[in-house]
Design a protein around this ligand. Structure first.
Ligand code: SAM
Length: 301
């Protein structure tokens, strides 16, 4: 908890005091979901305990931070649009509690599905070697390393700061991991292993630059543009990743990509144009096609 730990001050209070404080903070702005997230992650009061307090406010609770500290964090969130994950220094994602910082994109909920797709498509034949291109916080790579502990993983990023954060997340969530971290652009640092990768997964930057400029301040001003912008049409990074796939993937190896909500047809066409086969799309929880899957051709017999 980067910002708050210096002010750590365990405090005991009644449910009534917490609920009155909660009402005062919500009157200043923001959403109840965000404030309850802060009470949980920074205050140590999970949502279920908060619900029990609503039913019985006379209960006494112990918080891991004082309300003064939480007030400061909430005000910074409201006034400076700083993401709560950066203020608390943590981000729950899948079954992990990752460190979060301005060094990398805050892992998004839809990206959890990209990991689910990888696990389901490779369930029958888990990869011997896999790579996560554009690993950022390491969210995807940590999940894959935990799911396939004996497979050899590679996590690549162009940002040194992001790789440092990924290394810390490996240390806290998967200390016995089998994944190496590489600084560089997409496939280039993996040249030694080209042709041997059974799975390459990537959530690359895919937002058209004009759209990045119009994003909400909490994203535009606080998350790295290297993680957001995919160039003029949003497809620069996706083209680079798809173009490298026929050489980089093992015969029959999988490529799984996340993309913007309106790029499904274009990304699938890029995959076909590159000579990949079994091209398909997958939807997010709202039914929007946000993922593209394809395989490298099998080795000629
Ligand atoms: C959308 S973020 C995804 C981060 C993380 N995988 C996730 O899903 O939360 C894209 C990542 O790609 C990285 N990136 C951008 N350009 C790159 C390049 N040329 N080579 C490798 N990584 C790159 C960014 O630094 C960023 O960490």
């Amino acid at each position: 908890m980067a910002q708050a730990s210096a002010l750590r001050d365990c405090s005991t209070l009644t449910g009534t005091e917490l609920l009155q404080w909660r009402r005062r903070q919500l009157a200043l702005g923001g959403t109840a979901a965000d404030l309850d997230w802060l009470i949980d992650l920074a205050g140590g009061i999970p949502w279920a305990s908060l619900q029990r307090l609503l039913l019985d406010p006379s209960r006494t609770i112990a918080m891991v931070q004082s309300l003064d500290v939480l007030t400061q964090l909430w005000q910074r969130h409201l006034q400076e649009n700083v993401p709560l994950q950066h203020l608390v220094g943590l981000c729950p994602w899948r079954d992990l509690l990752l460190e979060s910082s301005p060094a990398a994109l805050i892992p998004r909920q839809e990206t959890e599905l990209l990991v689910d797709l990888a696990l389901s498509h490779l369930k029958a034949a888990p990869p011997g070697r896999w790579a996560d291109l554009g690993t950022g916080s390491g969210a995807i790579a940590v999940s894959l390393a935990l799911a396939w502990p004996t497979a050899l993983g590679h996590a690549v990023d162009l940002s040194c700061d992001a790789l440092r954060l990924a290394a810390r997340n490996f240390k806290r969530c998967a200390p016995n991991h089998n994944c190496s971290l590489h600084l560089g652009s997409w496939w280039i640092p993996l040249k030694t292993w080209w042709g041997t990768l059974d799975l390459v997964i990537s959530n690359p930057p895919y937002i058209p630059i004009s759209v990045v400029h119009g994003l909400e301040s909490v994203v535009r001003d606080h998350e790295p543009h290297l993680a957001l912008s995919g160039g003029e049409d949003g497809l620069d990074a996706i083209r680079a990743v798809v173009d490298g796939a026929p050489k980089g993937l093992a015969p029959g190896g999988w490529l799984l990509l996340e993309h913007h909500h309106d790029q499904s047809a274009l990304v699938m066409q890029l995959m076909r144009d590159a000579g990949l086969v079994e091209v398909s799309a997958a939807a997010d929880l709202e039914g929007t096609r946000r993922f593209a899957l394809a395989r490298n051709r099998a080795a000629a017999s």
